[in-house]
Write a protein that binds this ligand. Structure first.
Ligand code: PLP
Length: 445
């Protein structure tokens, strides 16, 4: 629980003196200080508590300081805190087995058989891309403009947003537009049309680039940072069909969408249509797999791709691939999520409480142009004019963010959107509290 101490000032002084922050001009930074947390709450050193509807960077799916995960890490501390990646390790094998059990749900039990562990999401994408290039003997990677895939060599160039441009050193990357019905690039007027036209556009990009040059199609199953755009019905299956038609490996980046966020273990399972799951060749994951208690990520690999490296050497590796503390935290997190029905909770909250609650807000506030999402993965797209769908200006968004903070919420504000992304353990009462805060803050605009 929050305790008032004098460490807030010291934290800020040390931070400003010595800590270099991500994606920021360093000079004028004044980061908010977080001293501790529990469940869906965090607090500072002044005893001020905030409802965490950001899950930090949309990764604390199990909530802060879940006892089951802490216990699993503590138990592993007494067994072995580190081991080289070449050795067999029981905790690592068990973590991989659990991940595969989840990845295979809804499809053939043996579809995915192996996991390669990395340090986080970016290097998961990096290695998935490498695998696809090696098995196809092709170079190009197709990904969408509205995407974020991580901050390393290929992953940042696969990324669609502004962060790619100052970092464009890796070669062989081509971008296309994914479906986004609310702001269609294809002049569509329905989800069905958007799907059809987005698939047509993708096929034309494949043909125009030369399908024989394309190793992989990398896509966030539900684009996260770019705006939580749930793909229209038929899109994933359509992309799978194009990948098959042209011999391209399909990579679903489930770093943000995976492990409960969409109300299923993986987003591609949540998006099953008529009971049919569209499976990729490779899944990349990180964040929710252990809620970030220890940095970790990885690649779930199809039998075809893993078999390609039965004889040939896989030219890749990491000192901390399958680090035992990270592995123990995965086992702790996935076991608790399973035993405590945490993924089902995310689904129920999305369907019964959060989704309807956000729709009600949209009915009350002109400024909400669109509400979209599923599970505990939602966005309110804010506009200055509903007719033209003009994004709400940055100054207004900053005002809204400050108001939300002052009302006791840690929000996730991205461009003209508020991403509503609480931990999967969020309760009905916490959602109601959050909806009331959004309501008051939106009214103040
Ligand atoms: N892929 C997606 C979809 C993400 O949202 C992120 C991070 O936000 C990444 C990859 C990169 O993960 P990491 O920051 O762990 O490298």
């Amino acid at each position: 629980a929050p305790v008032k101490t004098n460490d807030g000032q010291l934290t800020l002084e040390l931070d400003r003196a010595h800590v270099f922050h991500s994606w920021s001009a360093q000079g004028a930074l004044k980061p908010m200080v977080i001293a501790g947390g529990s469940g869906c709450k965090v607090w500072d050193f002044d005893g001020k508590e905030l409802l965490d509807f950001s899950s930090q960077l949309v990764n604390v799916n199990i909530g802060h300081q879940h006892q089951g995960v802490l216990d699993a890490i503590k138990a592993q501390l007494d067994i072995l805190t580190t081991v080289g990646p070449a050795f067999g390790n029981l905790t690592r094998g068990r973590a991989a087995d659990l991940i595969l059990d989840k990845a295979n749900q809804g499809s053939e039990k043996t579809h995915f058989q192996k996991v390669f562990f990395t340090n986080g999401g970016a290097d998961a994408n990096e290695n998935a891309i490498r695998m696809a290039r090696l098995v196809t003997g092709r170079d190009k990677v197709l990904s969408t403009y509205r995407s974020y895939h991580g901050n390393t060599g290929s992953a940042i160039v696969a990324t669609g947003d502004w962060r790619r441009m100052p970092n464009e050193y890796a070669t062989g990357h081509v971008h296309f537009f994914g479906p986004y019905a609310y702001r269609s690039e294809f002049w569509s007027t329905s989800e069905e049309q958007e799907c059809e036209r987005a698939l047509h556009h993708l096929e034309r990009v494949i043909q125009s680039e030369g399908s024989h040059t394309i190793a992989a199609l990398l896509m966030e199953t539900v684009p996260g940072t770019a705006g939580i755009m749930v793909p229209p019905r038929g899109y994933l299956a359509g992309v799978r069909a194009l990948a098959d038609k042209y011999g391209i490996k399909l990579i679903f980046d489930e770093v943000m969408a995976g492990f409960g966020r969409t109300g299923g273990w993986f987003a591609f399972q949540s998006l099953a249509e008529d009971g049919v799951v569209t499976t990729p060749d490779l899944i990349t994951f990180a964040k929710g797999v252990n809620s970030g208690y220890i940095p970790v990520g990885g690649v779930v690999i199809s039998p075809e791709i893993s078999a390609a490296f039965d004889e040939a050497v896989f030219p890749g590796g990491l000192t901390y691939s399958g680090h035992p503390l990270a592995m123990a935290s995965i086992i702790g997190a996935l076991t608790a999520m399973q035993d405590e029905g945490i993924v089902d909770n995310a689904k129920r909250i999305g369907e019964d409480v959060l989704g309807p609650g956000l729709e009600k807000l949209a009915a009350r506030h002109e400024v909400i142009g669109d509400v979209r999402g599923l599970g505990v993965f939602w966005a309110m797209d804010l506009v200055s004019d509903r007719e033209t769908r003009t994004p709400l200006p940055a100054a207004k968004m900053a005002e809204l963010k400050a108001k939300l903070l002052s009302l006791g919420m840690l929000p996730f504000v991205q461009e003209n959107r508020v991403h509503v992304v609480p931990p999967c353990i969020v309760t009905d009462a916490e959602v109601e509290q959050a909806l009331a805060i959004y309501d008051e803050a939106l009214s103040s605009l």
